[in-house]
Design a protein around this ligand. Structure first.
Ligand SMILES: [Zn+2]
Length: 263
């Protein structure tokens, strides 16, 4: 696995790219909270979520800043509405919001796929051979339900993608350093993962630390991806709340980051 993304700037807007994706010439980004127009402290300033209590015109301006910086086809931008499940929407034409889905897949050029997060794990996939891409929101519940595996399967079933041709980028999200959980979460993971090497006990008999990055990586490898084709930002949104929105650090009042990919 390749660890570490590159930070880039366009004016005040700061974003990250995966070196693995950049080498393949894939248009993509993971946003930070820097360089937008949202004014309220908890949304300041690059909030890209439409359901975070921000003014609509601010979100539209922020989307515009991001799309202009990276030459995304703004008029075709597609979103999920994210319900912490494992449903994938396969798009052959732009759909503004795919309801009830946490992942988007397409093989069409000019259709940017956007998923939002703030501690949950954003994942981008790209099949370099068949030219297929995916944008995924994998919160802990979606990670338990293996949304990333569902996205890999959807790429294969709809567009003939071989997992060994797919590269992955796991974006900024809550790290093991900050994802303290209790037994209910451990039980949920033990129902779907063969072994729980990514969860460790805190020693007080109540708390555990869970490594969602590792869980997502294991899911992708289990789905057939090669470990060397997986890249990880390795930046914790809670520890770096000055740079990223964080549900935990901001106690429920937060803006949304975005992971976007376009063929
Ligand atoms: Zn942390």
């Amino acid at each position: 696995m390749q660890i570490g993304f590159v930070h880039k700037k366009c004016g005040d807007f700061e974003y990250l790219v995966s070196p693995l994706f950049e080498r393949k010439g894939v248009k993509h980004c993971f946003t930070t909270r820097l360089g937008g127009v949202s004014e309220e402290e908890h949304l300041s300033s690059m909030n890209l979520g439409t359901s975070r209590g921000d003014r609509e015109e601010n979100v539209i301006k922020n989307v515009n800043i991001v799309c202009r910086a990276l030459s995304f086809t703004e008029e075709n931008l597609c979103r999920t509405n994210q319900v912490h499940e494992n449903k994938v929407a396969v798009l052959s034409e732009p759909v503004e919001v795919s309801m009830g889905c946490d992942a988007l897949v397409t093989d069409k050029t000019g259709i940017p796929l956007l998923s939002t997060s703030a501690d949950c794990v954003p994942v981008l996939l790209y099949d370099k051979k068949n030219k297929v891409c995916a944008s995924i929101h994998s919160g802990w519940k979606g990670t338990v339900k293996k949304i990333c595996r569902e996205a890999v399967l959807a790429m294969g079933e709809n567009y003939g993608s071989e997992p060994s041709d797919i590269i992955a980028a796991i974006g900024p999200s809550i790290g093991k350093c900050c994802f303290q959980v209790k037994k209910d979460v451990v039980d949920a993971f033990s129902g779907s993962f063969r072994e729980l090497s990514f969860i460790s006990e805190e020693g007080d008999g109540i708390h555990y630390k869970a490594d969602l990055w590792e869980a997502v990586k294991l899911t992708l490898i289990d789905a057939g991806l090669k470990e060397e084709n997986i890249s990880l930002a390795g930046e914790c949104t809670v520890c770096n709340n000055h740079m990223y929105f964080s549900s935990r650090a901001q106690k429920g009042k937060f803006g949304s980051l975005a992971a976007i990919i376009e063929l």
